[in-house]
Design a protein around this ligand. Sequence first.
Ligand SMILES: [Fe+2]
Ligand SMILES: [Fe+2]
Length: 173
Amino acid sequence: MISDIMATQINAQINREFYSAYLYLALSTEAEGMNLRGTGAWFLAKHHEEMMHAMKMVRYLLDQGAEVTLAGVTAPPPKAQTVLAMFERTLEHERSVTAAINDLVDHALSEKDHATSIFLHWFITEQIEEEATVNDILGRLRLFGDSGQGLLMLDNELAATAQTMGQASSAAA
Ligand SMILES: [Fe+2]
Ligand SMILES: [Fe+2]
C-alpha cells in the first residue's frame, strides 16, 4: 500500500505520460504530412512507448491497491513547422518529464517508500536513454541541416530505428 499523496503524484505522472503520447502522435502526423515517413514512424513508435509508460504506472497503482484517477489530457501545441523544431520540442519535453520523475523519487524517498522508489528507477534509466537519443538526432540535424539530403538521410535512419523500437516495445508488452 502506498500513501494517498504518493498515489496522487503517480496519477499526475500518468497524465504526463498520456500527454507525451499525445504530443508524439501530433508530431508523427505532422511529419507524415511533410511526407517524412521515417520521422512519422519514429514519433509513432515514441507514442507507443509513452502509452506503455502510462500503463506501467497504472499497473503499479493497481498492484498497490491505490486508486487510478484519469484526468483530461491537454491538447498538444500548434505545429512545430520544421523537423529541427520537432526534435527541439521533444528534448525540452523529455527534460521536463525527467525533472518530474526526479521529484517523484524525491517524494518516495522522503516517505521511505522504497517500493515506489525502486519502481521509479526504471523510468530514471529510461529518461537518460531518451534524452541521449534525442540529443544525438538534434546534433545531426544541426550539423547536416533539416532540409534536402541531410533530412532524407535522417528520415531513412529514423525509419529503421522506428522498426527496432516497435519490436522492443512489443517484446516488453
Ligand atoms: Fe515516458
Ligand atoms: Fe519519453
